[in-house]
Design a protein around this ligand. Sequence first.
Ligand code: M6R
Length: 604
Amino acid sequence: MCGIFGIASTKSTRNKLYQGLMKLEYRGYDSSGISGSDISSKLTTIKATGPIKNLRTKLTSLTRITTGIAHTRWATHGEAILKNTHPHLSENISIVHNGIIENYIELKSLLKKKRYSFKSDTDSEVISHLIHMNYKKTKNMESSIISTTKILKGSYAIGCMNTNYPNTIFAACKGSPLIIGKGVNENFIASDITPILSDTKHYIPLDDNEFAKITPSKVSIFNANKKIIIKKVKTSKMNSEQSSLSGHKHFMHKEIYEQKPILKEMTSRYVGTNKILPNIFGPGTDKILENIDHIHFVACGTSYHASLVAKDWIEEYTTITCTAEVASEYKYKKINVLPKTLFVSISQSGETADTISSLKKALKLKYSNTLAICNVAESTLTRLSKLVFLMNAGPEISVASTKAFTSQLFTLLLLTIVISRKFGNIENRMVKDIYKISEIIDSLYKLETDIKKISTKFKNKEHTIFLGKGTSYPIALEAALKLKEISYIHASAYHSGELKHGPLALVDKKMPVVCFLPDNHLARLVLSNLAEVEARQGQTFIFTNKKIPKKNNKVEIIKMPDCPDLIAPILYIIPAQLLSYHVALRKKTDVDKPRNLAKSVTVE
Ligand code: M6R
């Protein structure tokens, strides 16, 4: 899961390649590299491990380059060290690759027999050698790339240069996104639209099994029979946004605080005085949603946790049955689709490979419709789904998702209200609850000082337990994920009632147990579960608006504001995000770019 960027130009492209790569850093930041050629077609390659900024000092050797390919890596095969960093070279051939070559071991031994030697442990290096081998035979790059991809198993987006083709980039893709940008006297390849937006808004998404030859003045797209394909050039509506920290120390902190204006803005955009505005999921969608009997939610990570809340909400207020599945499982399962089933994919980035391939699978099944809830316009997911709801929460930079989660929950609450219309007259009451979000949210930020103090108690812990019941269970899952991701403390989330079925064995006087306890019909039961923890001297941290006595200093109560139960999941996650943020600060981890992760998971 990596980012690819390339420019075919006759002018100097060094800085543009570097800046473009920066915009793709969300796809991985284990290492990065650039190969470029100058007018004499001499190829120069620079590489650095760690974040892309580490390439900066090496850029001077690229001063004269006009055409180049660049790559930022999230390691799959081979450690995050220099030799595994892209571009990979085979004499006059340089390649960058995103995806996974599943049969690379067989291909490697085949190439070794042909006297190719390997410098890296990656699956990708076979591509450069295969293209080189095929080029030696055919002396034609189009044919060489086609024959190379014919024997690759797995997924790939490839950018390639050959010094015999000055100022030219070749590209191919299958199962990994790649777009071709059309500029003025320069053309581009990129994993997504963001790095090209400062130069052009015109682009062509390359489809599976398509190839491209890009020069500064021309883009040719062809198929595996070398037949030219004429494709429609799209025009992006996105702007080249520069994200800044606006006075915050980290993007995560900024994004936690952005939740208030985003939810307020979403309320004014979609919610009327006592009703949700008509057709907010697209033209004619109120009618479409009225005709749904079942929903299949599919998503990953934080987005999956949002779908779990939605499942509970919808089943509570309607007779619609819902399933919520992680995308990496959905793809490989037999799926029974009953009549009138809606498929809903949820993704912040719209580039998550598992979610994309699940949607591709769903499009072949007998769903009555597909809806994507996404934050990124013109992403692969939004291009593929029939119905699209764009959350417009603005770019989420921090790897740990925060504002996307609450925007997803808000969207799913709107969906719940729209589809619950025919099940009773509750829209008016639910809308009143929605308006309370912006009234209450400020008081959550005021908890930060207390949370900061509490965070010291987690600093030296290796394990934690998170508990919730009903819609608070997905919040426990999400809070645990946040803590794991950025503080590297192990956190497991359980339905509070499940504790006594095994996990209670883990509880001793050192074990922190975090619990989300809104004062609702389930509170009494959760309190009994907490009593089981306290009886084993576990340290409890209880986020609650219920008046409960602080029996001893092993109980820490984070006093939550009163709120209607419907909106509790949206509100309870916010102090939990702040808690993981402050624990991570104490542990001095890289909050926005935690180790081993990437913002967008573009490999399966
Ligand atoms: O972009 P997506 O919503 O599809 O991403 C899904 C997950 O990879 C993502 O939510 C991940 O779990 C986050 N890092 C969680 O903070």
